[in-house]
Write a protein that binds this ligand. Structure first.
Ligand SMILES: NC(=O)C1=CN([C@@H]2O[C@H](COP(=O)(O)OP(=O)(O)OC[C@H]3O[C@@H](n4cnc5c(N)ncnc54)[C@H](O)[C@@H]3O)[C@@H](O)[C@H]2O)C=CC1
Ligand SMILES: O=C(CO)COP(=O)(O)O
Length: 332
């Protein structure tokens, strides 16, 4: 498929994964007047989506647009011009491997997951390129809670692809009045921002749960961003990407809101409450993030403290002590 027909009004859309974000994005695509196939892996979920027109488990109280067709048939959702992959980062490879036989040559494959594959340390678009070499990978990321987006509240995200023109066409195909899509060719920058901010949001949640105060919270966000920037730089990410929607923007959203599942996980850890049974991608990304940082000789003390707490090697208080004990240094 050429870039041109990504913009075609006849462009068809498939969404793989009917969790909160997949359901919200299916509604977003439907707003552009397109018919959308939404794949869920469980037949009961497809039946519920079809009969109730609502995703009660993952995105309650939001009506599924009339032009969204739920399906358990992977081929039906995969056989489209634009395919959005909206499953957890650690499941992306297995889903992509199943998808491959059904995907059109040259189809645009948009990763909407935020994370790093634990075993390979690969970013989602790298996983897609490896599993579906016939496709054209892209990433969609930025500060965007599924419920806000699905409710039609104003949101802005970034789509990145190796060709800026490709990214622009995807943005033009999926944008609507309240869903602004900026475009970029800094794929690694966008993906690193999305993956790292989840780990940092857990740190912010732990600090809030320990009652460390608003000043500590702000310091933590600023120093988290310094870590994100250092890692991004090592990957050749552009500073404006990291200071943009998918880096700083998403860090501010996620590290500052109890609505974030990553923040909520940290908060529960910090306050000693039972852990919420939700997908918190940062918990699966922390170790990989540190491994990437080590490979590039990048110091990430906050991410390291989060990983130590998650793996049970440090209590939240001990992790805070370690951060406060670090030698004073120049701010960079
Ligand atoms: N919820 C949000 O506000 C946003 C989420 N994201 C990202 O989107 C990705 C998905 O998150 P959510 O939809 O929110 O999670 P969710 O927990 O609401 O839903 C996950 C979905 O993936 C499916 N799934 C899990 N493992 C699977 C597998 N092996 N094969 C097939 N399907 C599988 C589940 O059945 C479920 O439908 C994550 O990487 C998240 O960071 C990105 C932006 C916003
Ligand atoms: O990525 C998100 C908002 O941009 C969603 O954050 P959580 O996964 O922490 O809920």
């Amino acid at each position: 498929m050429t870039v041109k027909n990504v913009l075609d009004s006849a462009t068809t859309v498939g969404v793989i994964g009917a969790g909160a974000w997949g359901t919200a994005l299916a509604n977003v695509a439907a707003r552009t007047g397109r018919s959308v196939a939404l794949w869920a892996r469980r037949a009961e979920q497809v039946a519920e989506l079809t009969n109730l027109r609502e995703n009660r488990r993952y995105l309650a109280d939001i009506r599924l647009a009339d032009t969204v067709a739920p399906t358990a048939d992977l081929a039906r959702a995969a056989d489209n011009d634009l395919v959005l992959l909206v499953v957890p980062a650690q499941s992306l490879r297995s889903v992509a491997a199943e998808l491959r036989v059904h995907v059109r040559g040259g189809a645009t494959l948009i990763s909407c997951a935020k994370g790093i594959e634990r075993d390979t340390l690969m970013l989602p678009t790298q996983v897609l390129a490896e599993e579906i070499p016939e496709g054209r990978p892209a990433v969609l990321s930025g500060p965007s809670f599924a419920s806000d987006v699905a409710s039609g509240l104003p949101t802005a995200v970034t789509v990145a692809a190796s060709s800026l023109e490709h990214a622009r066409c995807i943005g033009a195909a999926l944008a609507s009045a309240t869903f602004r899509i900026y475009h970029s060719d800094d794929v690694a920058g966008v993906e690193i921002g999305g993956a790292a901010k989840n780990v940092m949001a857990i740190a912010a949640g732990i600090a809030a749960g320990r009652g460390l105060g608003a000043s500590a919270g702000a310091a933590l966000v600023a120093r988290s961003f310094a870590e994100l920037r250092r890692l991004g730089k090592a990957f050749g990410a552009r500073p404006e990407t990291l200071m943009g929607l998918s880096g700083l923007g998403d860090l501010i959203l996620t590290a500052g809101s109890p609505q974030s599942r990553n923040f909520a996980l940290g908060h529960a850890i910090g306050s000693g409450l039972p852990l919420p049974d939700v997908l918190a991608e940062g918990a699966f990304t922390a170790r990989g993030l540190l491994a990437l940082a080590a490979q590039h000789n990048v110091d990430m003390p906050i991410a390291s403290a989060v990983e130590a707490v998650l793996s049970g090697r440090a209590s939240p208080d001990h992790a805070v002590e370690l951060l406060l004990d670090r030698p004073l240094r120049a701010e960079n």
